[in-house]
Design a protein around this ligand. Structure first.
Ligand code: MF3
Ligand code: CO
Ligand code: CO
Length: 254
């Protein structure tokens, strides 16, 4: 999980350097596909879930502006100055999944947009910082909900973090809203994602006719960050960090 986590984070670091007005979401997908292939990995999203009537058709998810998650990359979708885009990658190496996403600002954006993106990162960070043996999954949801709603945002409820390893999505479900002490207890060695989707407006969302693209019902902007983490003997380790990356586990909201 460390090996694939580091590779997944490296993919996003490289994608971050590509983001500029004029880039297409299809070009991001092509890059992720090629880098994953060169590493000897495979793309978790491609054809997922197996046997479905509507398997995901691309190698990563690219979710722009009011798209909450699961946006489908397209060679005709051109990024514009001021857009926000979440890129979510899930390579598989030697059978293990590394799931991570970041929201990027294309060029310059309005202060309130930057505030949404920064608050969404902080929501994820605060959620991860809760994790330690003996705690409960509800501790993550409560911390995220308290922070994000306190900043005036909506926290998406229809989609959640998830257990991950040799399977892409498994138990436990990691809701981004909840109550401290509720739900499953953290045990060392558990691996799961924390991936809050935070809306500038209402938390409600709906799925478009392509069976994948999730949008906010009020068309407000939505941001997301995701890491894959593991519970350690005395806390938590973030697995989806690239070489040299650090992660702030302090509990005081910044
Ligand atoms: N990577 C997404 C997650 O964080 C799942 C994408 S499912 C796919 O769980 F089929 F769209 F790839
Ligand atoms: Co995930
Ligand atoms: Co993901």
């Amino acid at each position: 999980m460390r090996v694939v986590g580091r590779f997944a984070a490296g993919l996003l670091r490289q994608v971050s350097k590509m983001i500029e007005p004029g880039l297409t979401t299809g070009a991001i997908d092509d890059f992720v596909a090629e880098e994953t292939r060169k590493r000897g990995g495979i793309s978790g999203p491609l054809g997922y879930p197996k046997g479905s009537a509507h398997p995901f058709p691309k190698h990563c998810c690219t979710s722009v502006n009011h798209v909450v998650c699961h946006g489908i990359p397209s060679p005709t979708h051109v990024l514009r100055e001021g857009d926000i885009i979440n890129v979510d990658v899930t390579p598989i190496i030697d059978g293990y999944h590394g799931d991570t996403s970041r929201t990027f600002i294309v060029g310059e954006a309005d202060p309130e947009v930057r505030r949404l993106v920064d608050d969404t990162y902080e929501s994820m960070r605060i959620g991860i910082a809760q994790v330690k043996p003996g705690g409960h999954v509800g501790d993550i949801g409560e911390a995220i909900q308290r922070f994000a709603e306190g900043r005036g945002h909506g926290v998406v409820r229809q989609f959640a973090g998830h257990g991950i390893g040799q399977i892409f999505h498994g138990p436990p479900t990691i809701s981004h809203v909840g109550r401290r002490g509720d739900g499953e207890r953290f045990v060392p060695g558990m691996t799961f994602t924390v991936e809050p989707m935070i809306n500038m407006g209402d938390w409600r969302c709906q799925i478009l006719g392509d069976h994948w693209t999730v949008v906010t019902v009020d068309h407000s902007l939505s941001a997301q960050f995701e890491h894959t983490v593991t519970v350690t003997e005395d806390g938590v380790e973030v697995l989806t960090l690239a070489e040299g990356d650090t992660f702030d586990l302090s509990l005081d909201a910044s």
